[in-house]
Design a protein around this ligand. Structure first.
Ligand code: SF4
Ligand code: SF4
Length: 101
């Protein structure tokens, strides 16, 4: 394995680790304010999945028709949205920030 392959493998592992934190609560997709993204589905009680996950970034509509932009979670970690206290990434982010203080 050369350096480039090692780097790509490491990046893929880091991405998998990052993705594994998600609790599928649906809060970042609008489930709390009762007008979620039209691509959000309840897989089982309280567990939500995105139907277009691999192509999710960009303009979409809520179930009521409001247009919004889906962005990487890293871009909204320091913002607030309804139900964000449930987000595993925010907990991780603020815990890390507290450790750094
Ligand atoms: S497109 Fe974005 S906002 Fe819509 S369900 Fe998928 S991840 Fe959530
Ligand atoms: S709010 Fe956080 S934990 Fe919940 S689905 Fe979105 S990214 Fe995952």
């Amino acid at each position: 394995m050369d350096d480039q392959e090692r780097y790509q493998k490491l990046q893929a592992e880091k991405e998998r680790d990052w993705e594994a934190y998600c609790q599928f609560c649906g809060m970042c997709c609008g489930i709390k304010d009762e007008d979620p993204c039209e691509h959000l589905s309840e897989k089982e009680k309280g567990i939500y999945i995105c139907n277009i996950y691999d192509n999710r970034f960009g303009l979409h509509k809520t179930k009521a028709g409001r247009v919004f932009r889906c962005v990487p979670l890293r871009e909204i970690l320091n913002k607030n949205w309804p139900g964000d206290d449930r987000c595993a990434y925010k907990k991780l982010y603020f815990k890390s920030s507290a450790v750094g203080n």
